[in-house]
Every structure is written in structure tokens, then in C-alpha cells.
Ligand binder design. Structure first.
Ligand code: FES
Length: 142
């Protein structure tokens, strides 16, 4: 009986350690999974309304649809995910050709998606965008 107690205790401790590791790993995967779900912007084509709402030489954020649309030249549109590539916050402002993240200050070029200022290092993923009859649609297959 006395020889089983230490072994039994070790088994319990090892089990607890494994359970802790699994718990942490599970939480990590859940967090990554949550970020992945939103990192690419819209998952299907979304109607963004009038194309005239996007200023020429700048951009407009559609935060609810997680998409950023710029119009570098009249009638030429580009779209990007509005989800920051740092830790997944949705960008919240555009000034000129720069869009900003409210969480840690990353900034992105609205015409290329490239990082202007970190901590983000990866560019915003491009999103398909089309203009038909003065209306914009953005998202996969748009
Ligand atoms: S999540 Fe955007 S800068 Fe950190």
C-alpha cells in the first residue's frame, strides 16, 4: 500500500499536468481559430452600396463587413480585409491613403494593403471588389 501511494500520486500529478497542457493548448487553438475566422474579411460577396461613398484618392471602411475599399483613381477600386494582421482588431479610421488600427497603432496603405507602421508585419489580404451600376460588391467571387 505504501509503495502504491507515491506512484499513484505521481500518476495523478502527471495527469493534472497533461490536463493543464491540453487546456492551454485548447485555449490557444480556440483563440487562433477565432482570429482565423475573421482575418480574411468577408467570407461571401457583400453589397456595400453606392460606389460614390468611396473618396477618390482615399478609402472607406465598412467595419461591419470587415472590408476596406479604396479608389486610387476615379472608377478604379481596390479592396482589402479590414482586419488588422497583428492581432485581429478591425481597422477604425482612414486618413488620406492610410488606414489605422485602434488596438496597437498599426497603419496600412489603402491602395496596396502594405504595412506603413507596425507592430503588424503582414499586409492586409486583398479582397475581390466589383462596381456595377454605381454599386459596390466585395468579397470572394465578387
Ligand atoms: S491588432 Fe492592430 S495593431 Fe495590434
Amino acid at each position: 500500500m505504501s509503495t502504491e501511494t507515491p506512484a499513484g500520486r505521481r500518476t495523478v500529478l502527471r495527469g493534472a499536468a497533461l490536463a493543464g497542457t491540453v487546456g492551454i493548448t485548447g485555449a490557444g487553438l480556440a483563440a487562433c481559430g477565432g482570429k482565423k475566422d475573421t482575418a480574411d474579411g468577408p467570407t461571401k460577396p457583400v453589397d456595400l452600396g453606392s460606389a460614390s461613398a468611396v473618396p477618390v484618392g482615399s478609402a472607406k471602411l465598412y467595419r461591419e463587413d470587415r472590408v476596406l475599399v479604396s479608389q486610387p483613381q476615379q472608377g478604379r477600386f481596390k479592396a482589402f480585409s479590414a482586419v488588422c494582421t497583428h492581432q485581429g482588431c478591425v481597422l477604425d479610421s482612414v486618413q488620406g491613403t492610410t488606414a489605422s488600427c485602434p488596438c496597437h497603432g498599426s497603419q496600412f496603405d489603402v491602395e496596396t494593403g502594405k504595412v506603413v507602421q507596425g507592430p503588424a508585419v503582414a499586409p492586409l489580404p486583398a479582397v475581390d471588389v466589383t462596381e456595377r451600376g454605381g454599386k459596390l460588391t466585395a468579397g470572394p467571387g465578387a
